[in-house]
Design a binder for this molecule. Structure first.
Ligand code: HEC
Length: 137
């Protein structure tokens, strides 16, 4: 992984944690997040040679508009959230989506019950944040 990017993400997330709104989410640990990502791997890939599977590639998804991966056939629910509500995958939105995808986004075709533990969600978002849009880490 590019250490400079990783370091600036850590600095940025700790700055946001300390000075952001009261509900800011504590930054996670990318190495622990990589282990949690095993739960997503059946459907999602990240990294340089990532290809869409059942779900879209997740490179660069943190901070990106929802449904932004060209060539992936998203559900109507997610397309509508992106177009009408301008849904962006902020850390907060990812945290909520990953808690219970079908509650956050009724009609999503992501068949995943959710990550119950807040730490798992924080760590996985920190892991995903290490991948830029072009892939690599
Ligand atoms: C059973 C397959 C499956 C599993 C397991 C799964 N996903 Fe998904 N995921 C999908 C599908 C399909 C979509 C597209 C959803 C839609 O169009 O409504 C999606 C969409 C997403 C999106 C939105 C992407 C975008 O471009 O807007 C994110 C973020 C995401 N998944 C993260 C995860 C994470 C993190 C995990 C593991 C904790 C996970 N998913 C587990 C199938 C899955």
């Amino acid at each position: 992984m590019n250490e400079r990017i990783a370091l600036s993400l850590i600095v940025l997330s700790s700055v946001l944690w300390h000075f952001g709104p009261a509900h800011a989410i504590e930054p996670g640990d990318p190495a622990k997040g990589e282990k949690v990502f095993r739960k997503c791997k059946a459907c999602h890939a990240v990294g340089a040679d990532a290809k869409a599977k059942v779900g879209p590639v997740l490179n660069g998804v943190v901070g990106q508009s929802a449904a932004a991966k060209s060539g992936f056939k998203y559900s109507k629910a997610l397309l509508k959230a992106a177009e009408q509500d301008q849904l962006v995958w902020t850390v907060e939105n990812l945290n909520e989506f990953l808690t219970k995808p079908k509650t956050f986004l009724p009609g999503t075709k992501m068949s995943f019950a959710g990550l119950r533990k807040e730490k798992d969600r924080q760590n996985i978002v920190a892991y995903l944040a290490t991948f830029e849009v072009e892939g690599g880490s």
